[in-house]
Design a binder for this molecule. Structure first.
Ligand SMILES: [Zn+2]
Ligand SMILES: [Zn+2]
Length: 246
């Protein structure tokens, strides 16, 4: 199973991550990854960079080490209405937007509130996918959200950082969560992206556990955008409304 994209990765711009974009791109190249999104935390978490970090990604070359760099952000869902901390003037600089819940940016509510919020976020034409929805405090109705995700042409994330260690009980719990999520995505025809959520270069494009899970549940490969360069590019361009690959 050759993955061609890693669309959720952090650099030293998020203060709890430890690699540069160049180190990440070099590892991506070694792993056969063609598209790498740099998605540092948006501004409402304490470890995030200044807004200029996001607006100034245009100064990066489009390719580093032969790998296409998508200018991204891991946005914070800041309420239960699907709002994120990406300002209007940041949107135009970004190719790829993940929406995630993180404790400091929003305290957990009820499953009904999280479900509502995820669906409203998916309505936002510029949000590409929902990040690490396995967080137990932010439980939601998986089927309702997967249906909305398909309807709005978005993707759910299989976040490999949450399942990497088979000995870790939290990772075991997340593995069970993703087994369930993939089952529902397969039934509903919802696309997924497989992401490392890397905070150090060595895990970029390191997707063995995701491959195991995909095989185990016989998840249809045609729903895995990260396995198909053409479909992944089309997906990015459709939401970006600009062909950044030309
Ligand atoms: Zn996150
Ligand atoms: Zn992350």
């Amino acid at each position: 199973m050759q993955f061609i994209a890693d669309m959720h990765t952090h650099t030293i711009a998020s203060t709890h991550a430890y690699s540069t974009i160049t180190e990440n791109a070099a590892e991506a190249e070694r792993k056969g990854i063609k598209i790498l999104a740099m998605t540092d935390h948006c501004t409402s978490t304490p470890d995030s960079p200044h807004p200029w970090h996001f607006q100034n990604q245009k100064t990066l070359p489009r390719k580093i080490c032969g790998v296409f760099i998508a200018r991204g952000v891991e946005a914070n869902l800041i309420d239960y209405e699907g709002n994120i901390d990406v300002s209007e003037n940041m949107y135009s600089s970004l190719d790829w937007i993940i929406a995630s819940y993180h404790h400091p940016a929003c305290m957990p509510g009820t499953a009904v509130q999280h479900t509502n919020s995820y669906i409203k976020a998916l309505e936002n034409p510029r949000i590409n996918c929902l990040g690490h929805t396995d967080t137990p405090d932010f439980a939601y109705d998986i089927r309702e959200v997967c249906v909305a995700c398909r309807e709005y042409g978005k993707a759910m994330e299989l976040n490999v950082s949450r399942i990497r260690d088979p000995e870790n009980p939290l990772n075991q719990r997340s593995y069970e969560f993703y087994r369930k999520l993939l089952g529902i995505c397969a039934e509903e025809g919802t696309n997924i992206v497989v992401d490392s959520d890397s905070h150090f270069w060595d895990t970029i494009g390191s997707f063995e556990r995701a491959a195991e899970l995909i095989e185990e549940v016989k998840f249809p490969h045609e729903l895995v955008l990260s396995l198909d360069e053409r479909r992944m590019k089309d997906f990015i361009v459709r939401h970006r409304q600009r062909n950044i690959f030309e």
